[in-house]
Design a protein around this ligand. Structure first.
Ligand SMILES: [Zn+2]
Length: 480
C-alpha cells in the first residue's frame, strides 16, 4: 500500500499514516448545522475531505466515511422560531439542499450522514456514564455539564489554556456551572422545543456530545482519522476528546486530526449581498462544479483562502479552461470516433511521460494531500499537450487514452473533469435554444411532426422541454 503522510494537528507534525486495522480506515468529519443554505466556505471543507477519501480509496484503503448532521441546536431553534417553522423540518430542508449541492460537486464519498436526533439513546448513555464516573454534574434546572477540570489533557489539541476562559476574559458567568469552561452536554428543555425524556427531566443533546456518541457507536472508543474545519479545533474538538476519553477510559480517541483552512470572505461589510454571492448552490449554477473544485483544491488544504466575489471564481474559471482544454479535445475525439479509432501510435517518449506523471501525481498527493502541487503538475501536462495539439489530432484511440491518463487520475482523486450533469459545458446553453427556435418555427408553419421530432430528440439527449404561454422552457431531465 502506498506510503501516505498526514499532518496531524494534535502532534503538530507530519506522520506516516498507519490505520489500526489496514486496509480499513474510519474517517469522521464534522458536518453541517443546516439552519441556512450552505455557502462557498462549507463547500471547501467537504470537497477537501471528499478528496482525502477518494485518494485513500484509490490507494487501496477501505474508507468508512461518516459525516454528522447537527439537526438540532440553538441556531436552528432560533431560526425556526423566526421563520415560524419546526427546527427539525427546517434542518431537513436545508440538508436536502446541501446534499444536492454535494452531489453536483461530485462530493459523494460520505458513506453515512447520521442525524444528531437519531442518536439520542447513545447520547443519553454517554451522559449517564459521565455523570456516574464523576466527569459530569447535574445542575438545578436538569441540565448536565461536563466538568473540564476533571480532564487533565483538556487543551492539548488546540493549545488553549483553561485559564484563558476564566471570568474577566469576556466569559459570562452562568450560575449553573461550577466553572466557566464547563460545557453543557444535556440541555434542560425549554417549552416548545423538541425534547426527550431523561433521568434529569425532559431535555435535548448539547452540541459536542452527538459526535462522540456517534463515533462510539459506529467506530468504537478509538478510530483512525478525524477531520473538520479549523474553526472547530476549539472548543468543539477539544470537547470531543474530553468526552470520549473520559467516557471510555481509552486514549487517544483518534489517531490523526486533520483540519482544513477556512474561506475568508472579503468585503464582509456588504454582508447582505454577501449572503447571495456566497451561496454554494448559486456558485455551482454560475461556474459549474469543476471550477469550484479547482478553486478549493488549488491551495494547500491547511491554508486559509480568500473568497472575493466576482473575482475568485472568475480566475478559477479561466484556469480551469486552460487546464481542461486538452482533455476536452481528447474526450471529444474519443466520443466521436470511439476508443478503437485508427491513427498514429503514441510516441514511446510521450507514453512514458504520461505514466511517470501519474506516478508523480500519486506520490505528490500522498504527501499530506498536496493537491496544490498535484494541480501544478497537471498544468505542466496541459501546457505540453497544448503545444502538440496538431499531433494529438492524428493519434489512435489507445494513444489518446494514454495521454489522458493524468486527467483520469485527477477525475478519480480530485474530482476534476467529471462529466456530471452540473458540469455540462455552456455548449448546451447555446445549442438547445437554437433547436427550440427551429422547433418554434416548425410549429408556426404547422409542421407538428417536425416539432415533435425535435422535442423527442432533445428528450433522448436528456433535455426536457416544457411549452408555456411565452415560449418553451427546458431543463436537464436529471436535474429535476
Ligand atoms: Zn463535530
Amino acid at each position: 500500500m502506498r506510503r501516505v503522510t498526514i499532518y496531524d494537528s494534535m502532534s503538530r507534525a507530519t506522520r506516516i499514516f498507519a490505520p489500526m486495522q489496514p486496509p480499513r480506515v474510519g474517517l469522521y468529519v464534522c458536518g453541517l448545522t443546516p439552519y441556512a443554505p450552505a455557502h462557498v466556505g462549507h463547500g471547501r471543507t467537504f470537497v477537501i475531505f471528499d478528496m482525502v477519501a477518494r485518494a485513500l480509496r484509490r490507494w487501496g484503503y477501505r474508507v468508512f466515511y461518516v459525516q454528522n448532521v447537527t439537526n438540532l441546536d440553538d441556531k436552528l431553534i432560533a431560526r425556526a422560531a423566526a421563520e415560524n417553522d419546526d427546527p427539525l423540518a427546517l434542518a431537513e430542508r436545508h440538508f436536502a439542499g446541501f446534499l444536492r449541492s454535494m452531489e453536483r460537486l461530485g462530493a459523494r464519498s460520505v458513506n453515512y450522514y447520521p442525524f444528531a436526533t437519531d442518536y439520542v439513546p447513545e447520547i443519553l448513555e454517554q451522559v449517564k456514564g459521565l455523570v456516574d464516573r464523576g466527569y459530569a454534574y447535574v445542575a438545578d434546572d436538569g441540565s448536565v455539564y461536563f466538568e473540564v477540570a476533571k480532564f487533565a489533557r483538556y487543551g492539548a489539541l488546540s493549545g488553549q489554556k483553561v485559564e484563558a476562559l476564566k471570568p474577566g476574559a469576556r466569559v459570562e458567568v452562568d450560575p449553573r456551572k461550577r466553572a466557566p469552561e464547563d460545557f453543557v452536554i444535556w440541555k434542560a428543555a425549554t417549552p416548545g422545543e423538541p425534547s426527550w425524556e431523561s433521568p434529569w427531566g425532559p431535555g435535548r443533546p448539547g452540541w459536542h456530545i452527538e459526535d462522540t456518541a456517534m463515533t462510539g457507536r459506529l467506530f468504537g472508543a478509538k478510530y483512525d482519522l478525524h477531520g473538520g474545519g479549523l474553526d472547530l479545533n476549539f472548543p468543539h474538538h477539544e470537547a470531543e476528546i474530553a468526552l470520549s476519553e473520559s467516557a471510555t477510559g481509552l486514549a487517544p480517541m483518534v489517531e490523526y486530526w486533520m483540519h482544513s483552512g477556512l474561506v475568508a470572505m472579503t468585503g464582509e461589510k456588504m454582508s447582505k449581498s454577501i449572503g447571495n454571492v456566497s451561496s454554494l448552490e448559486q456558485a455551482i449554477d454560475d461556474f459549474g462544479p469543476g471550477v469550484l473544485r479547482l478553486y478549493y483544491l488549488n491551495a494547500s488544504y491547511r491554508s486559509p483562502v480568500d473568497f472575493v466575489p466576482g473575482k475568485s471564481l472568475e480566475e478559477a474559471r479561466e484556469a480551469y479552461g486552460r487546464l481542461s482544454a486538452p482533455a476536452d479535445r481528447i474526450a471529444e475525439i474519443l466520443e466521436r470516433d470511439g476508443p478503437d479509432r485508427a491513427g498514429d501510435p503514441l510516441p514511446k517518449e510521450l507514453e512514458e511521460a504520461a505514466e511517470r506523471l501519474v506516478d508523480d501525481l500519486d506520490t505528490t498527493l500522498a504527501n499530506d494531500f498536496n493537491s496544490r502541487e498535484a494541480i501544478a503538475l497537471l498544468f505542466g501536462w496541459a501546457r505540453r499537450l497544448a503545444e502538440i495539439l496538431p499531433q494529438i489530432e492524428r493519434l489512435d484511440g489507445a494513444g489518446l487514452t494514454a495521454l489522458a491518463a493524468p486527467y483520469a487520475w485527477a477525475t478519480e482523486t480530485l474530482g476534476l473533469f467529471e462529466r456530471t450533469p452540473g458540469a455540462r459545458s455552456g455548449g448546451w446553453a447555446t445549442v438547445v435554444p437554437l433547436l427550440l427556435a427551429a422547433r418554434a418555427r416548425a410549429r408556426a408553419r404547422g409542421d407538428y411532426a417536425e416539432s415533435d421530432r425535435i422535442r423527442d430528440e432533445l428528450r433522448a439527449a436528456g433535455v426536457e422541454v416544457e411549452d408555456g404561454a411565452d415560449g418553451s422552457a427546458w431543463q436537464f431531465a436529471d436535474a429535476k
